[in-house]
Design a protein around this ligand. Structure first.
Ligand SMILES: Cc1ncc(COP(=O)(O)O)c(C=O)c1O
Length: 458
């Protein structure tokens, strides 16, 4: 989480006069108040403070779920008091987690006989740490057994990986071998991946759904290139698939795509339950293809119904409510419902990207036809304003559409990105197109000659 400095000047009190009882003693902003507030007053105080946050439904920056059904709210609220690690005390929550792991294992084509194993996590970042740790431990064991040095592990991945992988490498002393990407292929390619592998490579990470533009990396092709590498140089390199978003999209919308445990090198896969798994923030999943893919030394046992249950996690205590939320979504939607929801998101994304292209100022980097996520930039012949100006201007209507730079090597390219999620329908998409058109008018009028109306292809 964000790091905050302890400040000296803590005297400024909060101002309670407008909305709360003026007789109440105003609490300080940065120190624990000496006295109590009535619960209503405390609620109002915090509630009001949060008015300045953005509107989550209009936040197109995030992959993370911002809408669930009222029944899911009810269940989550009912179960906020459950600690997921207390398996003995809340055995039924543990049972729901077990069922979720099984359902996800089948979605990702785990072979029933192979003993695939998995768990919930706080999100894909923790899942990535666990997947990466297992790869590192297994590589070290192989090297030790062969009497070879094991002090310079590296992990090969595209420079477009989400920051959690760089974090994994830094925290666990692994060289992050970031493979440069290019403007025409801003993702990991098979040739680039194998060119960066050597005997110290603990694994290759392929992303099913790049954070930068929503495109799928070619997992099967990377896998085939690693097969060829093994034939040529004897290097047997495992893969982890970061399916943070795609893990809950591809199985429903792209059933023909081979990216998961059908590929033998794929040892582990992560996904965020709180992204296209359609649950509010706080849940992810990681699975290993077979029991041996997860070294025993990484597993800790907790009490469970008079026996013991194996666990693998960075945290100990964690909310159980999101796991329950995930089970609700699985029960509620099933395969048909997931297909319907994800298809609707993809339809809105491809429609919206097409409309944005038709405005005339923008060039699409992707269309939302893989993840329902797309990135676009200003055409080279557009000048006088930037994507940052557009992003800021859209804020005046409440839209949160981030502008950011692409990864190293192509970081002279600044883009806007839209994540379409459950709860963002065609009507909202139409409003966004109108507001984007207006935003372009406004910033071009400010920044340099306003474009003539002809430059808009309505
Ligand atoms: C490809 C990818 N991996 C990992 C993550 C981190 O996921 P989480 O936010 O669930 O920790 C993200 C988040 O956007 C992502 O897009």
């Amino acid at each position: 989480m964000a790091l905050h400095r302890h400040e000296e000047d803590a005297e400024t009190p909060l101002d309670l006069r407008v909305t709360l009882d003026p007789e109440l003693i105003a609490p300080p902003k940065l120190r624990l108040p000496a006295g109590e507030l009535p619960p209503d007053a405390a609620y109002q105080l915090v509630h009001d403070e949060l008015m300045l946050d953005g509107n989550a439904r209009l936040n197109l920056a995030t992959f993370v779920t911002t809408w669930m059904e009222p029944q899911a709210h009810a269940l989550i609220a009912e179960t906020l008091d459950k600690n997921a690690i207390d398996k003995d005390e809340y055995p039924q929550t543990a049972e729901l987690e077990r069922r979720c792991v099984n359902m996800i294992g089948s979605l990702w084509h785990a072979s029933p006989g192979d003993g695939a194993t998995g768990c919930s996590t706080t999100g894909s970042s923790e899942a990535a740490m666990l997947g990466g740790l297992a790869l590192k431990w297994r590589w070290r064991e192989r090297r030790r057994a062969a009497g070879k040095p094991f002090d310079k592990p590296n992990l090969v991945m595209g420079a477009n990986v989400q920051v959690c992988w760089e974090k994994f490498c830094r925290y666990w002393d692994v060289e992050a071998r970031l493979v440069p990407v290019s403007a025409d292929e801003p993702r990991l390619t098979p040739e680039r991946a194998v060119a960066h592998c050597d005997e110290n490579t603990i694994g290759v990470v392929a992303i099913l759904g790049s954070t930068f533009d929503g495109s799928y990396e070619p997992v099967a092709e990377i896998h085939a290139a690693l097969d060829a590498l093994q034939k040529e140089r004897g290097l047997d390199i495992p893969m982890h698939v970061d399916a943070a978003s795609g893990g809950f999209v591809a199985p429903f919308l792209d059933p023909e795509l081979v990216w998961d445990f059908q590929l033998p090198r794929v040892q582990s896969i992560n996904a965020s339950g709180h992204k296209y798994g359609l649950v509010y923030p706080g849940v992810g999943w990681v699975l290993w293809r077979e029991a041996e893919a997860l070294p025993e030394e990484l597993v800790f046992k907790v009490d469970y119904l008079g026996g013991e249950m194996p666990t693998f996690a960075l945290n100990f205590s964690r909310p159980g409510a999101q796991i329950i939320g995930q089970y609700y979504v699985f029960m509620r939607l099933g395969t048909d419902g997931f297909t319907r929801v994800q298809q609707a998101a993809r339809d809105v994304a491809t429609y919206l990207s097409g409309e944005i292209e038709r405005l005339g100022q923008f060039e699409l980097l992707s269309r939302g036809a893989e993840l329902p996520v797309f990135a676009f930039r200003l055409r080279d012949d557009v000048s006088g304003y930037t994507v940052y100006d557009i992003s800021e201007q859209l804020r005046t209507r409440g839209w949160i559409v981030p502008a950011y730079r692409m990864p190293e090597a192509i970081n002279d390219m600044a883009v806007l990105r839209v994540c379409v999620r459950n709860g963002f329908g065609r009507d909202l998409a139409d409003h966004l197109v109108t507001d984007l058109r207006d935003a372009v008018h406004a910033v071009s009028a400010r920044g340099g000659g306003a474009p003539s109306d002809d430059s808009f292809h309505h």
